[in-house]
Design a binder for this molecule. Structure first.
Ligand code: FMN
Length: 170
């Protein structure tokens, strides 16, 4: 069993594609397995010591539709002791006041679950006004903007993967 479960929702394919890049950067499918939340369950999440919750923000500060349907599963998942982080996709130019809100919405649901939150990422280099995805001055996980800065994605993914290898002991 792989050590990392990447659980993603993706309406237009950006998040799914970036999850593929992340899976590769972490060492391939022996290390990290991808699950679309459209067909995942709480039991699937419990298989992994490390979870990456990958979520674009949609509809001006809302969860992507498959995440919206899946989020109640988190109440049934035993997350205590697991390492959890977020991969967030958004559009800072188009939605500067709700940039990367989705991880903040998910985080609220699991903040008291006993999970160990890792993968915090600096906000430097991002141009936006407000985000619910920030705690203690950092993004809850990696922020990716495929709409405006796709050229930065691979470098950001590689750097974050290196950070996660340490923080998740991969
Ligand atoms: C109608 C619409 C609403 C959106 N709302 C937000 C938003 O509030 N905040 C944000 O950061 N990005 C927002 N986005 C940008 C998407 O999150 C971004 O395009 C993302 O890459 C989509 O990922 P996906 O292809 O995996 O669905 C919005 C995009 C659209 C088309």
């Amino acid at each position: 069993m792989a050590k990392v479960g990447i659980f993603y929702g993706s309406t237009e394919g950006n998040t799914e594609r970036v999850c593929g890049q992340l899976q590769e950067a972490l060492g391939g499918e022996d290390i990290a397995e991808m699950h679309n939340v459209q067909s995942a369950t709480a039991d699937d999440m419990e298989e992994y010591e490390n979870l990456i919750l990958a979520c674009p923000t949609w509809e001006i500060g809302e969860l992507q539709e498959d995440w919206d349907a899946f989020i109640d599963e988190l109440d049934d998942a035993e997350l205590e002791g697991k390492n959890v982080t977020y991969l967030a996709l958004g559009d800072a130019d188009g939605y500067p006041d709700t940039f990367l809100d989705a991880p903040g919405i998910i985080h609220e649901r699991i903040v008291d679950s006993g999970a160990n939150f890792v993968g915090a990422w600096p906000t430097d280099g991002y141009d936006f006004e407000e985000s619910k995805g920030i705690v203690d001055g950092k993004f809850l996980g990696l922020g990716i903007d495929e709409d405006n800065h796709p050229e930065l994605t691979q470098e950001r993914v590689d750097q974050w993967a290196t950070q996660l290898k340490t923080e998740m002991s991969l």
